[in-house]
Design a protein around this ligand. Sequence first.
Ligand code: C2O
Length: 340
Amino acid sequence: QPITAPDTTQCGAADLPAGAEPTNCCPPPARRFKDFDPTSVSSRTRVRPAAHLVDEAYVDKYKRAVELMKALPADDPRSFTQQANVHCANQANVHCAYCNGAYDQVGITPSVALQIHFSWIFFPFHRYYLYFFERILGKLIDDPTFALPFWNWDSPDGMQIPAIFADPASPLYDAIRAPDHLPGGSSPLAQWQSNRDVMHTQMVSGAKKRTLFFGTPLKAGDLADGNGQGTLERTPHGNLHIWVGDLTREYKEDMGNLYSAGRDPLFYCHHGNVDRMWDLWKTLGPRRTDFTDPDWLDAAFLFYDENCKLVRCKIRDSLDNEKLRTGYQSVPILWKDSKR
Ligand code: C2O
């Protein structure tokens, strides 16, 4: 059986690391939701640009959108606080099998936490998360073509925190990061060769089968196993989270911990590239296709859209970015043919 969408009226205390500042991760509860209708998607494609290549006009627009989102009341499901909490509520501490995340899986007794990392639901969940986040931003600035930038960390020029996130006066800034990993603080080119090899392994030579790339199956009632993640989710996705977070903190907030990662605007840019990798992986060889198992295709999540409506989204409607009218600026891919 597929994972079912959580019940927002049953959202409870999140399983935060011991000693972390208490947070209520739950969204405003709603009894009703509608089903995502892929045919309702706007006909204008949003093309996500590489964060290090954007121009000033774009950055102004992006900053304005995030500023407006941050200014929404904290109980508005579209507010930055609530959007960050989407991530908080959908994670559970897997090292603690008897604790629960904010959501339990519906209809499963004894209760099992819903965890959207470490398994084959990782890519689709995060695709929808960005998709709605982006639609909300677009609505706030009245620009239906607005697209989030992606952090092009798989190229030499993208191997640092993109400069647009490093201005302390900008709404794109987050003070809780590793200070020495801000632009200029590292020597990215020296590491390019090894990073290129890592990309090649995670995307090409080490990801020849679906389960290697996506991670292990997770079905209704399963408790995610922290070792179930796919190649890319583990590295570089996970490593970059920890690299951005503040290493001097016990829980490496913000980016370095699941409960706090969504509080950094860079999170959504990081995940743009993760999402781009799903599209790219499918172009790399004949067996690189999505799962056909209905327990994957019918797994469902809930998100609030730009009109504060709760939407139930199934994995089957997320597979094709073209249908979601989401595209990526085309940039050179230098790791494809790298040989170890
Ligand atoms: Cu939900 Cu980058 O993790």
